[in-house]
Design a protein. Structure first.
Length: 278
């Protein structure tokens, strides 16, 4: 939480993102008048949002207006939200670049898991309309939910390498099958929900090793190395905890599908870029 403790911190983050913005040639202008905020400023604002743990656009707008009046020229609140949602499409490209950077620097051990992203409380399912065509009702480890799933792979230090958003009904092993095709010479650790002889064979075919936990009805001896590797699953659980509890990944506030996706993109970008610059 110290990266942006002062205005100098904001300037440093902006400079880094502005340089990255020029390198990737992603500073696209919105048609019409020059926008009040350029892409690198929007990206910096997303980092501020993460650093302060701000969960809503309204709270973020108030924070910027109160503490960063000299750093940003803010439009009206409505224009601010529209502009940030628009820039999310380009931030997604920056996010992809960070994934590729992490993939190149990752070690042999990788951890995979999924987490539910409810878009509303269960008692509001029948009333919820915004994500009706995207979300689905499914059962997770904590019970039933209505929403999406975030599937993720991290390295041993908690850097995100791959992510996939799906509806709640999509099975974890289905996504694992596609992830195994992207990995090479890796040890992929996952919980018992990913256990599958077919997937273990597929992992070997692509030069990988899949290590999963055992279900209650399975009798399988585990080596000390297997146990140590399986204990590393707590690392991805810690990442999910930061994304959901501190950065507010789970939300029911957006009023459009684009709004939900923009929220997810900015939370993930804030988390990843903060790890890069910290």
């Amino acid at each position: 939480m110290n990266t942006l403790a002062n205005n100098q911190g904001v300037v440093e983050v902006f400079t880094i993102l502005d340089d990255l913005n020029v390198l990737l040639q992603l500073n696209k202008r919105i048609a019409g008048r020059k926008p009040s905020l350029v892409l690198s400023e929007a990206a910096t604002i997303s980092v501020i949002k993460s650093e302060y743990g701000v969960r809503t656009w309204k709270a973020l707008y108030k924070l910027l207006r109160d503490r960063y009046t000299t750093e940003f020229t803010l439009p009206t609140y409505k224009s601010f939200v529209l502009l940030m949602n628009h820039y999310a499409q380009v931030i997604l490209l920056l996010l992809n670049a960070l994934f590729q950077l992490n993939q190149r620097q990752s070690g042999v051990i990788k951890v995979m898991d999924s987490t539910p992203l409810p878009v509303c409380k269960n008692y509001n399912i029948k009333k919820h309309q915004t994500m009706k065509g995207v979300a689905s009702r499914a059962k997770g480890s904590l019970g039933w939910f209505y929403g999406l799933k975030l599937h993720a792979v991290t390295d041993y230090t908690g850097n995100l390498l791959y992510i996939r958003f799906t509806t709640g009904k999509v099975g974890d092993r289905q996504i694992l099958a596609t992830i195994l095709e992207k990995l090479q010479h890796s040890i992929l650790v996952a919980d018992a929900g990913y256990t599958s002889k077919k997937l273990e064979q597929k992992a070997v075919a692509f030069g990988n090793l899949l290590i999963t936990g055992s279900r209650k009805n399975m009798q399988r001896l585990a080596s000390l190395l297997d146990i140590r590797l399986l204990n590393s699953r707590s690392r991805i659980e810690a990442v999910f905890s930061i994304l959901k509890e501190r950065l507010g990944l789970v939300t029911s506030l957006p009023r459009s599908v684009d709004g939900y996706l923009a929220h997810y993109i900015y939370v993930l970008f804030g988390y990843m870029i903060t790890k890069v610059i910290s």
